[in-house]
Design a protein around this ligand. Sequence first.
Ligand code: GDP
Ligand code: K
Ligand code: MG
Length: 298
Amino acid sequence: MDNKFRSGFVAIVGRPNVGKSTFMNRIIKEQVAITSPKAQTTRNKIQGIYTDDERQIVFLDTPGIHKPHNDLDQYMDKAALSALKEVDAVLFMTEAGQSAGPGDKFIMDEISNVKAPVFLILNKIDLVNPDDIAPQIDEYKDLLDFAEVIPISATNGNNVEDLIDSLTKHLPIGPKYYDEDQITDHPEYFIVGELIREKILDDTRDEIPHSVAVIVESMNQRTEAGKLQVEATIYVERDSQKAIVIGKGGSMLKNIGIGSRIKIEHLLGEKINLKLWVKVKKNWRDDPLFLSKAGYSV
Ligand code: GDP
Ligand code: K
Ligand code: MG
């Protein structure tokens, strides 16, 4: 490679749960996007910024693209598709060893018009025999023209550095858009809210994920002992969901509090005092004002 510094923007697209957010966190080496086995974990475009001596790559993690049912869904699709317009490369991620279903075909249709080079990323190779992916690669190559095909494992890091090197070759010579210690464009309070939401997704039953939003009300006061005071409200859509989130005698909420506090302290690098409230807000997913307050506005 030449000595010139390269930089650019790279969108990560793919069905829900293929590992887009896990991959981005692996590259950034910090948790900037939350992950879970549940669909619709990622709700908006989140940047993760990778910088070393040779390059700066701004990754755009996107919500999985799917058919919209409400304002939040529509917002998520828009966030994912708008990420494709002005990028230098697209990583289309799917799971190794699986053949292309309607979800993948829908996305390949959307990205067939994109001018930037598209990489086919087969994630989760730790789960399959590497010999088994050759037929899958042939199948996908018949459906779309890929600049490169790279199998990786986002969880164990296999081939991730090779991917960064291949990607760099497709980036233009360009400036450092961000300071090298900046890893995301999202304000800290947004990520803090996301970490709380991630713990809720981990702990609660299936009916909760789509109905929960977390808004961090304040994180600028200190307790007498000098700890940062973080106050957040967990919104759900129904009384029955509020009861689930609070749990018997407050046990669920207590767990959510302990687990999120540890993750937030790790992110901020200091001890915090976390105060959580649970409130019911009917139909918040169709309330534009609320969506924007929760950080879901374009
Ligand atoms: P996203 O919806 O595409 O952002 O997917 P997530 O990053 O939230 O990951 C979905 C699930 O797949 C999580 O349970 C991850 O731990 C898991 N996962 C992601 N990457 C890998 C991988 O390389 N190997 C394995 N075994 N699991 C993975
Ligand atoms: K997910
Ligand atoms: Mg995600």
